[in-house]
Design a protein around this ligand. Structure first.
Ligand SMILES: [Zn+2]
Length: 297
């Protein structure tokens, strides 16, 4: 019974299982290498090894690809098997290597490949990445890439300086008790929420928000020219008519429902006003502009 083990026994058991897992992994890689050489997947009517591993052997896509990457490295460096068995090299590292080799397929030699496998032994994944990028002179990507995906999630690809990265890592460590994960998306949301709360103060209570929703039912934004009500019932938010930063309260009379689009539009409008007004006299200019804005609503 696992629950009967004392801490020392449990620690030893986990370590011995981890070693067994590495040995088994090395064996799996060795067999996949042979399957690749024989094109075993053709016997099962699959066009490639990846499809065979996913559909016939039940590996999730990422796991299948990592095993293929390792198997193809093993084909050019037999010493890799022992390194996987001993845990000196893991599948994250072999995948890094294969990715880099693919990028540099025109120039990288067999000798270079073998030498890199030796060099990254016992390194962390991050250390391996830096070393591989330096040795193969991989391109440094600066351009930010934003991809909107079909489930409305957003995929970001961007470059941080070493300093920015370290700062983010420190924040991650400090927030780890609250976030309970290494997921950067969760961390960014957590930090953003904290910052917004700090800037805007506590938000209206759930009960008040419910009342506002019941009263307004839909987006209360009126077009400045036509005075037509937006009326959207999609993605509703609670908006402060007089913003909190000029002393607006969480009073039900100061709240209204806006759709996401108009909430965001108003937020940007306010941010703009705030930027201009803070240069002159925050309260007076800000107050006047907001009053003028209120007449539209
Ligand atoms: Zn609206």
């Amino acid at each position: 019974m696992i629950s009967k083990l004392n801490n020392k026994e449990l620690d030893q058991k986990i370590k011995s299982l981890a070693r067994a897992e590495n040995r088994l992994l090395a064996l799996v890689i060795e067999h996949i290498k042979e399957a690749d050489r024989r094109k075993l997947y053709l016997d099962f009517n699959y066009p490639n090894l990846y499809d065979y591993l996913v559909k016939e052997c039940g590996y999730p896509g990422g796991s299948a690809q990592r095993r293929i990457d390792a198997a193809r490295l093993l084909a050019i460096e037999p010493k890799l098997k022992a390194k996987i068995e001993s845990g000196e090299i893991n599948l994250s590292q072999t995948t890094l290597l294969q990715k880099a080799f693919r990028e540099k397929s025109q120039t990288v030699t067999l000798e270079q490949k073998r030498s890199l496998i030796a060099k990254i032994s016992d390194m962390t994944v991050n250390e391996s990445q830096v070393l591989i990028s330096k040795e193969l002179n991989l391109e440094i990507r600066q351009q930010t890439k934003v991809t909107h995906q079909k489930d409305e999630s957003i995929r970001l690809e961007f470059t941080l300086t070493k300093e920015q990265w370290e700062s983010l890592q420190k924040a991650k460590d400090l927030a780890s008790n609250a976030t309970q994960t290494n997921d950067l998306g969760v961390l960014i949301k957590y930090l953003s929420d904290k910052f917004i709360k700090q800037k805007e103060g506590p938000t209206a209570t759930v009960a008040v928000k419910k009342q506002v929703l019941q009263r307004d039912q839909c987006c209360q934004y009126k077009d400045h020219k036509t005075q037509r009500l937006c009326g959207s019932r999609w993605n509703l938010h609670i908006d402060h008519i007089k913003p909190k930063w000029v002393g607006g309260t969480d009073d039900i009379d100061n709240l209204r429902v806006l759709c996401q689009k108009h909430n965001y539009e108003r937020y940007r409008e306010q941010a703009g006003i705030k930027m201009v007004s803070s240069k002159i006299d925050d309260k007076i200019i800000g107050g006047r502009l907001i009053q003028a804005d209120c007449t539209h609503t």
